[in-house]
Design a protein around this ligand. Structure first.
Ligand code: PMT
Length: 221
C-alpha cells in the first residue's frame, strides 16, 4: 500500500458504539466493537493521511500514528466530531451512534417496584453526519449503513437524504457486521457503486479507503 493515496489529507473517523446512561450503573448501548472504524483509521494512516479517530467505548488499541479522542455518549461524539470538522477533509462515520438516549438519566441507581413495568422516556440524539452535511463548507462525507433488510434501498436513501458523498452498506443480519473480524460492504455514490466481498476488516478498510481517495479526487477535479 505504498501509493499514499491520501497524503496530506486530514481524515476524521468515528468508530464504536455509544453508551446512553440510564442511571449510574446502566446504559443503552449496541454491539459495535469499533473494529471496522479502527481498521479504516489504520488504513487511512497507511495511505498517508493525518488521522483523528473519535472512539466510543471500545477495548481496542489505538492504531499506530493515529490521534484518538475517547467519548462515551452520542452527544459527546457529536461535540468531538463537530469540534474537528473545520480541520477535516474527509469524514468517515463508522460509529454505531445510539439514535436515542434516556430523557433524564437517574442520579441514583434505579430500584425495582414490585413487578411493575419500568418506563424509560427516550429522546432522539443529534445526527452527527447530518450536522456535518449542513455546514456551509463541509468535509467529504462517507457514511455507513447497517441494515438487516432492503439494504440497497435503505443505503441509497441515506446517501441522498443525509447529503453524503458515499455510503458503505453492510448486512448486519444473522450475526454479520458487528463484532466479528470480517465484513463485506456494498458502497454507493451518486453515479456508481462497488461490491467489496467478505474479507478481514483490515483489508476491507484498505479497499474502502482506495475508493474514498478515488471519489474524493474526482470530486475535487
Ligand atoms: O464496530 P464493529 O463491531 O466492527 O461493527 C461495524 C459496524 C457494523 C458498526 C459498521 O460497519 C457500521 O455499519 N457502522 C454504522 C452503524 C450505524 O449506526 O448505521 P446507521 O445506518 O444507523 O447510521 C447511518 C450513518 O449515520 C452512519 O454513518 C452513522 O455513523 C451515522 N449516524 C447515525 C446516527 C446518528 N445519530 N448520527 C450519525 O452520524
Amino acid at each position: 500500500f505504498g501509493d499514499r493515496l491520501l497524503a496530506g489529507r486530514r481524515v476524521l473517523v468515528s468508530a464504536g458504539p455509544t453508551y446512553e446512561d440510564i442511571d449510574p450503573v446502566r446504559f443503552i448501548g449496541n454491539r459495535s466493537s469499533g473494529r471496522m472504524g479502527f481498521a479504516v483509521a489504520a488504513a487511512a494512516h497507511e495511505a498517508g493521511a493525518d488521522v483523528t479517530l473519535v472512539a466510543g467505548p471500545v477495548s481496542l488499541p489505538t492504531p499506530v500514528g493515529v490521534r484518538r479522542i475517547d467519548v462515551r455518549s452520542a452527544r459527546e461524539m457529536h461535540e468531538a466530531v463537530l469540534a474537528n470538522a473545520a480541520t477535516t477533509d474527509i469524514y468517515v462515520g463508522a460509529a454505531a451512534v445510539g439514535d436515542y438516549r434516556p430523557e433524564a438519566p437517574a442520579s441514583d441507581k434505579l430500584k425495582k417496584h414490585d413487578g411493575q413495568p419500568l418506563h424509560l422516556e427516550l429522546t432522539e440524539n443529534p445526527d452527527i453526519i447530518g450536522a456535518l452535511a449542513v455546514l456551509p463548507s463541509h468535509p467529504f462525507l462517507v457514511g455507513f449503513a447497517a441494515e438487516t433488510q432492503s439494504i440497497a434501498d435503505y443505503a441509497k436513501d441515506k446517501l441522498r437524504r443525509k447529503g453524503l458523498d458515499m455510503i458503505a452498506a453492510n448486512d448486519v443480519s444473522a450475526g454479520r457486521g458487528f463484532e466479528v473480524a470480517e465484513n463485506a460492504l456494498h458502497i454507493y455514490w451518486a453515479d456508481g457503486d462497488a461490491v467489496l466481498p467478505n474479507m478481514p476488516k483490515t483489508e476491507l478498510a484498505r479497499q474502502l479507503v482506495a475508493h474514498i481517495a478515488d471519489r474524493y479526487r474526482t470530486k475535487r477535479t
